[in-house]
Ligand binder design. Structure first.
Ligand SMILES: [Fe+2]
Ligand SMILES: [Fe+2]
Length: 379
């Protein structure tokens, strides 16, 4: 029977079965075609209903970057001193890169997902990351609308600034392997190597959602906290942050749910090592970046606070996945800013509650989502 030695996957697999409990949520090579989905799209009997619940919850948070007012307060930006300006530019360029690489990477994860609920999650997730990319474009163009060359310079710091490029390449290279494997049609890779690559990709996505964004968010919050500048930018950032916090929980759940499937091909120990070392490598790249860029120039936030915040966050996110903390930092150095703009654990914060009735803040919806996620998924 030729079907046993599958040469390729079918878009419309007439031998398939969508209701087979042996199906894997991610594609692997060795399953015969009759153990794979048909490609007919249905969601009435999802294998992992909690993934579809995430889709419904995410859709409740629908917001549109284009409908947000943007800061056209170039004068405010010009009042910042040189180091503040520099950090703000790096931050914007880095955040724009992160969401760009996510849009590209999630497209590959959509291909890898086998089951409808995962594919819908991938599409929904990507939609929101695209919206974040639009938000960063709008922030940049809004602030520098008089000068396109300036916009381009900041946008391209992602590749032109050596420290930023190093950090960005580390992140991109984590996904490049899957990109290559898919490009070659899964032909030149062993099952073990493929499983390993998937573990890297899911861990990297989690690390981004859970750690890498937050010093950037904190920087923009800090400018408003310290100088009262860029209020609209901060408003948009708070929407993005609420999405990312939701993604932390979704990606943690996906990693836990996929682990038994991926560890059919690599050991549990290797899987755990890949996840922990990937999260740590992203955190170390963050630490190194701020050390080299800021050197002795504090921008109101000290080097020590930056380092402790990244370490505190990394520990917290590893614990969420069920792993041991690696840095032992238990105190959040930005407790006060978090109370105002924050929410690292819960989406509820005092500043947002007050602002709810006068702005388009979706803090309440987000708070409800948070409760529901916590209640349903036992974080
Ligand atoms: Fe994002
Ligand atoms: Fe995200």
């Amino acid at each position: 029977m030729t079907l046993l030695n599958k040469q390729k996957s079918y878009l419309f697999n007439i031998w398939g079965n969508d209701f087979n409990s042996q199906l894997s949520p991610v594609k692997f090579f060795d399953s015969p075609l009759w153990e794979e989905p048909t490609g007919l799209f249905t969601i009435f009997h999802p294998m992992h209903p909690h993934i579809y619940e995430f889709v419904k919850l995410q859709k409740q948070r629908l917001w549109k970057a284009d409908e947000y007012p943007i800061d056209r307060t170039r004068e405010q930006f010009d009042q910042l001193d040189a180091i503040d300006k520099k950090v703000f530019e790096y931050t914007l360029s880095f955040l724009a890169f992160l969401d760009s690489v996510q849009v590209a990477n999630i497209a590959d994860m959509e291909v890898v997902y086998n089951m409808p609920e995962y594919k819908i999650w991938g599409a929904t997730h990507k939609y929101f990351e695209v919206e974040h990319s639009i938000a960063y474009s709008n922030i940049l163009y809004g602030l520098f609308n008089q000068n396109f060359e300036e916009v381009k310079r900041i946008f391209y710091l992602a590749k032109d600034h050596p420290e930023l490029r190093r950090r960005n390449e580390l992140i991109a290279n984590n996904y490049q392997k899957l990109f290559d494997i898919l490009w070659e049609g899964l032909k030149n890779v062993t099952q073990e190597e493929y499983a390993r690559t998937l573990a890297h990709v899911f861990a990297g996505t989690y690390a981004m959602e859970a750690v890498t964004f937050y010093m950037g968010f904190k920087t923009i919050e800090f400018y408003q906290y310290k100088y009262g500048v860029l209020p609209m930018t901060n408003k948009m950032i708070s929407e993005i942050k609420a999405d990312e916090l939701f993604h932390v929980k979704v990606m943690a759940t996906i990693i836990k749910t996929l682990k038994p499937y991926i560890t059919r091909y690599i050991s549990e120990q290797e899987f755990d090592e890949i996840v922990v070392s990937t999260v740590q490598s992203y955190a170390e790249a963050d630490l190194q970046f701020y050390q080299s860029v800021l050197a002795q120039n504090n921008f109101g936030i000290t080097q020590q606070q930056v380092a402790n915040y990244i370490k505190f966050l990394t520990d917290k996110r590893l614990k969420l996945l069920g792993y041991q903390p690696i840095y032992g930092i238990e105190e959040n150095p930005f407790e006060e800013i978090d109370r105002l703009y924050g929410y690292l654990e819960s989406h509820i914060n005092e500043g947002k509650k007050e602002a709810f009735f006068e702005t388009k803040s979706s803090a309440y919806v987000t708070a409800e989502l948070d409760d529901k996620v916590l209640e349903d998924f036992k974080f």
